[in-house]
Design a protein around this ligand. Sequence first.
Ligand code: SAM
Length: 307
Amino acid sequence: MSKKFQHKTVLLDEAVDCLVADSNGHYIDGTFGRGGHSRLILSQLDNEGQLTGIDKDPVAVSVAQELEQEDGRFRICHGSFAQIKEFAGGEKVDGILLDLGVSSPQLDDAGRGFSFQNDGPLDMRMDTSRGMSAADWLAVASEDEITDVIKRFGEEKFGRRMAKGILEAREQAPITRTAQLAKIIADANPVWPKKIHPATKAFQGIRIFINSELDDLERLMEDSLELLKPGGRLVIISFHSLEDRMVKRFIRRHEKGDDVPSWVPLTEEQLNRRLKSVGKARKAGPEEVDGNPRARSAVMRVAERLA
Ligand SMILES: C[S@@+](CC[C@H](N)C(=O)[O-])C[C@H]1O[C@@H](n2cnc3c(N)ncnc32)[C@H](O)[C@@H]1O
């Protein structure tokens, strides 16, 4: 594995402990990254166990291909975890893990265009083999579209000002670099937040949009209901409130069962409860956060498929 850009896995033991119950089961790691979770899962599987990894990122996939060569129980699929049904090939599985968002190598490699701190080409695609880069999108999007993305996915209240700034700047010259975009956004931000860079939220919003992160998550969660065997677990680690809220609501909705007025007499079976939440939301402890600042915002939720 290339040592140049490394990823420190968040909530490693906690996530794998919650996921693996059958050492001969079939598990899916929907966000392979650099394989931190995958390697620990494999160490807990016996010969009949199987692990399917998925990642959008061609660099992550090339790391996973090395693991595929070393370990016959593992295979990697290039694409989105929203294609999980296709990748599972019609088989039910014993557990699905997602460790959402971008990896440290994606953030640290300026060439990927995710970072406002290291200047690079304004790309932001996890899957560089398809789709529109952030630069291509910002060159054609309307003020309303940019405002909506920055406000909705970045939860940035100055989205309109920032979108106006982007439209004015692109009249002068195409916006092609991350530092150029960070400056345009910072100049349009009337409040300079103390602890974070003024472009943090806008960058998050654009990244989520470019990679259809929330749509993919919604699709994966819906499909997991079909794919998981009874007793199979869904383990999701999120890094911001938009994702965590979606995960929390999804688990609650399926724990409660179908929406029927309380006066309708139904048996437990007719309620159609499909998930049971396992424990409370978990966060990284102080020791892990000290060694890995990325772990600070991680929240892990676990649900079990009911029969
Ligand atoms: C936080 S990292 C995962 C790190 C991994 N757990 C490890 O220990 O190395 C997230 C990874 O998920 C990938 N990813 C994010 N969204 C994805 C999606 N919808 N489908 C497939 N891969 C995705 C990213 O490309 C990135 O490599």
